[in-house]
Structure formats: structure tokens, C-alpha cells
Design a protein around this ligand. Structure first.
Ligand code: FE2
Length: 326
């Protein structure tokens, strides 16, 4: 079965096509944020303008015809309402025209599933780190199969922290990846607020302090210290979750998982406990439709489609309320 997955929760409109757990196409267009941040209605307009082209490109790349599409999945949430609505409507129109089943997908489940499949893992502890999310998760069977949140940020996501810091101190976009690049040349570590409580963590104090002392350090040393502190917090809490649950696999996923430094730190921690470590290629850590197609295919195989009239969106769709197929 060829299943099409549509992602539109934030700045990316993505369309992926999956067949038997393989991604045949993963096309996208990304709204350029600039210095104004994301204004939901403007981003939604961008998605409306690009939906048709991205979908056509994905179908062409996959080398299939529309008649070969056997199901449709779309991101139900979490995300920005107007943006989610564009993906939801595109998916509903396609499913109605092709008379195929449709299924709503949780965005975070998509990221974890991509890391699990590409990393060759079975049941990993997942460190899910992006702009809006920073969570440590593990599959749980009760009361239904879902990801249980073992730890998460008390305030903002680590990606949001890196981006806001970079904007505040005048670094070029793309902010978070610029911090990552500059950090590689940093040599001197300066102590910054390290805030961990059990398996939860907090990033705003760290961000405020780093921004306040920005004029006293070289950019490289500041980025190095900031990243080292934030990633060590994630490392410590993920290690605690790994040991507490007696797990033997770890994955990292989401936008910040594109950082080689974070992957190196989490991978090294996992291996020190004899656990296997995996992650997805960068195109699946950034927002994309391929991961939605992968999850949708699994859900449709288990006949978890939803009637068109009940295909809604949920801006605050918590990952633990999403049923996971395994
Ligand atoms: Fe994402």
C-alpha cells in the first residue's frame, strides 16, 4: 500500500509517501521565518500556496499514480491551528476524491517512529527535542499503547531556547544551527545555570544568563558553554530514564537531533550502559511528511482510520493521548 502523509504543523508543508515501511518520497516547502517569527495566518497562507505543488512533486518522485494511493494521513497536532487546518483539509479532499481511508497522526509520534525505524530499534527511550518540545518518552501499554512522558521541560523547548538566544545576541539565521556551528570552535567553558529536577529540566534561566553575559565572552565560547550545559541536562535526564526503566535502547529525534554534538553526547552515554543508540537522517528530524506517512501506514494496516467527519485538528495534542501501533 502507498500511503501519503501530510505535515503542516508549523513552518513546513511536507508531503511524504510510504510503502511497506519505506519512504518513497519526502518533499517539502519551508516558510522563511525571517526576523518576525511565525505569524500563524501568514504561514497558513504560505502552505495554501504550496500544497498542490508539493503534493504533485511527491507523487512524481515516488513514481506512482494517484490511483495507487491506498490511504492518507495528516498531522492532527500539536501545532499552530491555521497551519494544521491546511494539512487537514488537503488530506480530507484527497481522501474523499480517491475514496481511501484517512487517519490523523500525532507529530511527535511521527518523529519517534522515524528514529526508531531508521535507527533499527525496537522499543527505545526517546529523547524528543525540537523548538516547541523537549521530552523523554517510553512506550507504555496501559491503559492503551501510548508514549508515556517520563520527563520534560518546565518551560520552553531546547530548540526555542537556542533560537531565542541566538536572535537576542544577533546571530544569523538559522539560529539554532548557527549556535551549534559556533560551539564547535569554542574552547573555554563558562559555568551557566544547570536546572534539572529528576527527569525534568528547565531552559529559561540558562537562556537569560547566557544572553546577559554575551558581551563578556567570545561568541564561540558562549555558544560552546550554552550548548554544553543544555545538552548535559538532556544527557543526565535521559540517562536517568534509561536506568530507571531498565531499557537497552535510546533514540534522539526532532529538530535539535540534527546537532552532531547532541547525538555524540547521547550516543556515548547510551553505549556506556551497553544500550543501542539510533536516530533518523536529518530530513526526518526536521518537520516532514515522510514520518507522517510511515505512522499512517502502520495505523491503517491496523484499520485505525477515522470517518472524514471526525478528522479534526488539536493544537495541544499531547503525545501521551495518541494511540501508538506496535
Ligand atoms: Fe517537528
Amino acid at each position: 500500500m502507498a500511503v501519503i502523509g501530510i505535515e503542516s504543523s508549523a513552518h513546513t508543508f511536507g508531503v511524504g509517501i510510504a510503502d511497506s515501511g519505506r519512504v518513497l518520497a519526502n518533499e517539502k516547502e519551508m516558510y522563511r521565518i525571517g526576523t518576525r517569527g511565525m505569524i500563524p495566518n501568514e504561514v497558513a497562507e504560505f502552505h495554501i500556496g504550496n500544497a498542490g505543488t508539493v503534493m504533485a512533486r511527491a507523487i512524481e518522485k515516488a513514481g506512482i499514480s494517484k490511483s495507487e494511493i491506498t490511504g492518507v494521513g495528516y498531522t492532527r497536532g500539536p501545532g499552530m491551528g491555521p497551519c494544521l487546518q491546511v494539512g487537514q483539509l488537503s488530506a480530507k479532499i484527497l481522501a474523499k476524491r480517491l475514496r481511501v481511508p484517512i487517519v490523523p497522526v500525532n507529530h511527535g509520534v511521527g518523529h519517534i517512529e522515524a528514529a526508531r525505524l531508521f535507527g533499527g530499534l525496537d522499543d527505545p527511550i526517546a529523547l524528543y527535542v525540537s523548538g516547541g518540545n523537549s521530552q523523554i518518552l517510553k512506550l507504555d501499554a496501559r491503559p492503551f499503547t501510548h508514549y508515556r512522558v517520563l520527563g520534560e521541560t518546565f518551560d520552553i523547548g531546547v530548540g526555542n531556547m537556542l533560537d531565542t538566544f541566538a536572535r537576542e545576541v544577533g546571530l544569523d539565521p538559522a539560529w539554532g544551527s548557527t549556535v551549534d556551528r559556533l560551539a564547535q570552535s569554542g574552547k573555554r567553558y563558562v559555568e551557566l545555570p544547570y536546572s534539572v529536577k529528576g527527569m525534568d529540566f528547565s531552559f529559561t534561566g540558562l537562556m537569560t544568563k547566557a544572553t546577559t553575559i554575551a558581551h563578556t565572552l567570545s561568541r564561540e565560547d558562549l555558544c560552546f558553554s550554552l550548548e554544553q550545559t543544555a545538552f548535559s541536562m538532556l544527557c543526565e535526564t535521559t540517562e536517568r530514564a534509561l536506568l530507571l526503566t531498565n531499557s537497552d535502547e535510546v533514540c534522539v529525534c526532532g529538530g535539535v537531533a540534527q546537532s552532531p554534538k547532541l547525538r555524540e553526547m547521547i550516543g556515548s552515554m547510551a553505549r556506556s550502559h551497553g544500550a543501542r543508540f539510533g536516530y533518523a537522517p536529518d530530513e526526518f528530524n526536521a518537520d516532514n511528511g515522510g514520518m507522517i506517512a510511515l505512522v499512517a501506514e502502520e495505523m491503517l494496516e491496523k484499520r485505525l482510520s477515522v470517518p472524514l467527519g471526525r478528522c479534526d485538528i488539536e493544537q495541544r495534542y499531547r503525545i501521551e493521548s495518541a494511540q501508538v501501533v506496535r
